[in-house]
Design a protein around this ligand. Structure first.
Ligand SMILES: Cc1ncc(COP(=O)(O)O)c(C=O)c1O
Length: 461
């Protein structure tokens, strides 16, 4: 957006550097707004939607945001659950439940993994409640980046990272090409690490699996290679590595075999090396509470940092104080009502039942994932390639930049074929393609959706 009038005012002149820098980019909103008005088939909406009767047997044919059936019971909570402030770091009961949830999600449930589970329980901070995962990203990045400092992120990343890191915090992003030969680009990441080390005495990196916009999830082998790369480069450079793991889509991995189906955080948390993982997760997508605005930040600790249990507790208190200080000075505290609803849901139904209900949604999404990938695989065009994807809400189709620009293609697709997608066109970062949010496309419409894309590709080639 241009601020032609605002810039002439004394209001603008009085803005801080942040006030001058910050703005709401119109990319996604522009394309989703147009899709709402112009499209018959919409693949722009980043929340999962389905028919109500796909969730509840007595549901009707209404197209609704996917939800957990249990939530219906809490529409009439008592005043004391709705009105009060939550504590600064979140309701104590909820933080403790979420810690158990993090343990559960590790999948360390075999007897042989008891030691790993104990280590995890002992060496993570008390999860602090933030205003959604977005606010967790803001907290984690603010805690480690001064203005001007650099964080490494893949070129294909959630666009809001740039708003938070560059526009809001005033830091920089060192981008690397995410994929090489359909695998994570370990060499590219290594180069980025080496370059960043030339200007700062710490490496900060943010990763997100399943990824937005690609749906990428590493295989076990790729995840292991990533760990090795981090260990080797940390040992070589001798500076701390902070790895922020954005787990917004954590449970939605649809390929069971060979893929990392637990958070990358758990692999990093086991390392003795000064590679410090920060876990960002939350209710938003995991438990389908999009508007609940509840996220968590959890820090992986190193045994070396405390000599005994007493010191460890003190260390956790000190970290908690820092993070609560951040909350207090930004959001003050997070939404009380949704914390209460989540507490009740966990207490009254238990984790297994919650997972079982969510699995209904996961199955709906997994079917769409299979269908859309199968349809895309049939497109026999040298001008497109689909990024590796095995989970999440989206996938990404790269377009040959010499044939068509992504924004022109999205515009054509919308006008001629009434199909809405989000184009991402960043020549400086080697990106020219479209993001398809299959999380909100009815399975029965996927064939038609891809067939229209195919027609548009033929038209522009
Ligand atoms: C990769 C990624 N991280 C974080 C978020 C934000 O999650 P929340 O709505 O909890 O702030 C999103 C939402 O689209 C996302 O795609």
């Amino acid at each position: 957006m241009e601020f032609t009038l605002l810039e002439k005012t004394t209001l603008y002149q009085s803005f801080s550097d942040l006030g001058k820098r910050i703005f709401l980019p119109d990319g996604i909103f522009y394309w989703s707004g147009r899709a709402k008005k112009e499209a018959e088939l919409i693949g722009t909406i980043g929340s999962a939607f389905c028919y109500d009767n796909e969730i509840t047997s007595d549901g009707d044919n209404e197209w609704v945001p996917c939800y957990l059936e249990e939530i219906k019971q809490y529409a009439n909570l008592g005043i004391k659950d709705i009105v009060p402030y939550a504590s600064i770091g979140g309701l104590a009961e909820f933080r403790s439940i979420w810690k158990d949830w993090i343990l559960k999600k590790s999948g360390f449930d075999a007897e042989s993994e008891k030691q790993k589970l104990d280590h995890l329980r002992t060496y993570i901070s008390n999860p602090i409640v933030t205003g959604g995962v977005t606010n967790g990203i803001y907290m984690a990045c603010s805690m480690f980046l001064n203005p001007g400092e650099t964080i490494i992120c893949p070129n294909k990343r959630w666009g809001n990272y740039d708003n938070i890191i560059v526009k809001n915090i005033g830091a920089q992003i060192k981008s690397f090409d995410f994929f090489k030969d359909q695998k994570i680009n370990i060499d590219g990441l290594k180069k980025a690490i080496m370059q960043v080390k030339e200007s700062q005495e710490k490496i900060v990196l943010m990763l997100n699996f399943p990824n937005n916009p690609t749906g990428y999830v590493p295989s076990h082998e790729e995840a292991q290679n990533l760990v090795e790369l981090l260990r080797e480069s940390q040992a070589q450079l001798g500076v701390p590595f902070i790895v922020i793991v954005d787990d917004a889509y954590e449970p939605y991995v649809y390929e069971e075999k060979g893929m990392l189906n637990t958070s990358f955080f758990y692999m990093l948390q086991e390392l003795q090396d000064p590679i410090i993982p920060i876990k960002l997760d939350g209710l938003t997508k995991e438990l389908l509470f999009y508007g609940g605005r509840i996220g968590f930040v959890t820090v992986g600790l190193k045994p070396k940092w405390a000599k005994n249990d007493k010191e460890l507790e003190q260390l956790k208190d000190e970290i908690n104080n820092k993070l609560e200080g951040f909350n207090r000075s930004s959001i003050s505290n997070a939404n009380h009502f949704y914390q209460k609803v989540a507490i009740k849901m966990f207490q009254e139904f238990g984790m297994d039942k919650i997972i079982q209900s969510r699995d209904k949604v996961k199955t709906v999404l997994s079917d769409r994932y299979k269908k859309i990938n199968a349809e895309l695989a049939k497109l026999d065009s040298p001008d497109i390639s689909v990024d590796p994807n095995a989970g999440g809400f989206f996938l990404f189709v790269n377009l040959n930049k010499d044939k068509v620009k992504a924004t022109e293609f999205a515009d054509y697709l919308l006008k001629r074929y009434k199909v809405g997608v989000i184009p991402i066109e960043k020549p400086a970062e080697n990106i020219n393609g479209i993001r398809i949010a299959y999380c909100s496309i009815d399975s029965d419409k996927i064939n038609e959706f891809i067939s229209r894309i195919q027609k548009a590709l033929v038209d522009v080639s």
